[in-house]
Design a protein around this ligand. Structure first.
Ligand SMILES: Cc1ncc(COP(=O)(O)O)c(C=O)c1O
Ligand SMILES: [Zn+2]
Length: 431
């Protein structure tokens, strides 16, 4: 059974039966899944959750499907890493990283697709589809392959190679649109109307979006059923950001959260920052932009949930930060060098925002902070390759290696090394 009461319009509150619907017929507001929280509170417990599967389905009571589909790929229950080295580099006391790079197709999108695909099967669709900035394409393609569904994914033509191969390999039909994401998405909406396919982020959007709540549920559980003080989340359409907020609220509603809800801060890149721009000017209106960011996964110029993201940031006492384009690769490198975690450009935006917040005193030194690392770095190698130290190129001899090493080491390093060698020699004499 599920605890879903209806689909409810976020603007006028009108309710609709559960179906592949996403927009209110009266006011054109977006529909959202509404639950019977009293019944959930009666039936749910921390113990039962802890005994559940090691995936998003441990929170089934707070999801709109009865159970994982037979074809589930096992998304979720990813590690929460205590990031002491990065915290030290940023001047923070307690920082954690939610590592969603380790999902089945290497991004958090496996969570949302798991829910949408289960719903698509329940509704009897035979084709799974999406408009994607890259990560969703892979998640939809892999999930469709496992479920035996046909898949069509609409992507902007200029995506990174890792994103294209990472979706095509599962056998989906890639529709490479010569335009940006917003144009691909508009086209996908027309196709959804005409072909009756299950577009996970269009006609199944209310269900799809629910999957992101599990990123709040898991962090709370991993911290001993508490929320952190502050979280930082990358924003494209704003769905992930607003649904993480819904997650904390639901945990509080059903009595599973101890303490306060966190401050919610969103992160965008300068080349595509319509939500951050509205936040900075105190406006409630999102002005669509033409994206040109290297953080292609976040390049949505007309974000569907932008307005709600502004609301969440303001209501929770957080911010929407904008980081410079040149800081993105540096953010990726800083994360890799301090924590041994290679994440994609969206994480570069998140880490750069974290640094900016810490520098400007917007994150208190003592605030327990969680940064959401939402996608794997192997997908966006070209964004950082140019910023890394080149390899030492040598012939296969010890002399060649030592020449290269000598060329690499600065004079001060060399004297330190010489000193260290003397110590080692002295110690071996003493033995
Ligand atoms: C890696 C990554 N992080 C974050 C996001 C933001 O998601 P949303 O569109 O829900 O704001 C995306 C969206 O594609 C993404 O690919
Ligand atoms: Zn309405």
């Amino acid at each position: 059974m599920t605890y879903v009461k209806a689909l409810r319009c976020r603007e006028c509150g009108r309710e609709y039966p559960q179906g592949p619907a996403y927009v209110c017929e009266f006011c054109f507001g977006p529909l959202e899944v509404a639950y019977d929280y009293q019944a959930i509170q009666r039936d749910i417990s921390r113990k039962a959750i802890a005994a559940g599967p090691g995936s998003i389905w441990r929170y089934q009571a707070l999801l709109p499907v009865q159970r994982a589909s037979q074809a589930d790929l096992g998304a979720g229950w990813t590690p929460l890493i205590k990031a002491n080295n990065l915290a030290r580099a940023l001047g923070l006391r307690e920082l954690y990283l939610k590592n969603d790079c380790v999902n089945p197709t290497y991004s958090f999108k496996d969570r949302v697709v798991a829910v949408a695909a289960a719903k698509a099967l329940e509704f009897g669709f035979d084709t799974l589809a999406c408009a994607s900035t890259g990560n969703l394409a892979a998640a939809v393609s892999a999930q469709a392959a496992k479920a035996g569904l046909r898949a069509y994914v609409f992507i902007p033509a200029d995506l990174e190679q890792g994103k294209i191969v990472g979706a095509a390999v599962y056998g989906a039909t890639l529709v490479s649109v010569q335009g940006n994401y917003d144009q691909a998405n508009r086209l996908a909406s027309e196709v959804a109307d005409r072909y009756g396919w299950a577009f996970v982020n269009i006609n199944l959007r209310p269900y799809y979006a629910e999957g992101s709540k599990t990123l709040a549920f898991e962090v709370a559980e991993q911290l001993g059923w508490r929320a952190p003080d502050h979280v930082v989340v990358p924003i494209a359409s704003g769905s992930l950001f607003t649904k993480i907020w819904k997650g904390w609220n639901e945990l509080a509603e059903v009595g599973l959260l101890d303490g306060q809800r966190p401050r919610m801060t969103g992160a965008q890149a300068a080349g595509c920052s319509p939500v951050a721009a509205a936040f900075a000017t105190g406006s409630w209106d999102i002005r669509p932009v033409k994206p040109w960011s290297i953080a292609k996964s976040l390049a949505i110029g007309n974000p569907a949930d932008g307005h709600y993201a502004l609301k969440v940031a303001r209501e929770s006492g957080g911010y929407i930060e904008m980081v410079q384009e040149q800081e993105i690769a540096q953010g990726v490198a800083l994360l890799a060098r301090t924590e041994g975690l290679f994440a994609e450009t969206a994480a570069g935006v998140t880490v750069a925002a974290l640094q900016q917040l810490a520098n400007r005193g917007k994150i208190g030194r003592d605030e327990v902070t969680v940064a959401y690392i939402t996608g794997n770095g192997l997908k966006t190698q070209e964004a950082v390759a140019g910023a890394l130290a080149p390899a030492l190129v040598i012939s296969p001899t010890l002399t060649s290696f030592e020449q290269a090493l000598a060329g690499q080491i600065s004079p001060s390093d060399r004297s330190r090394e010489a000193e260290a060698n003397t110590h080692t020699r002295r110690e071996s004499f003493q033995k």
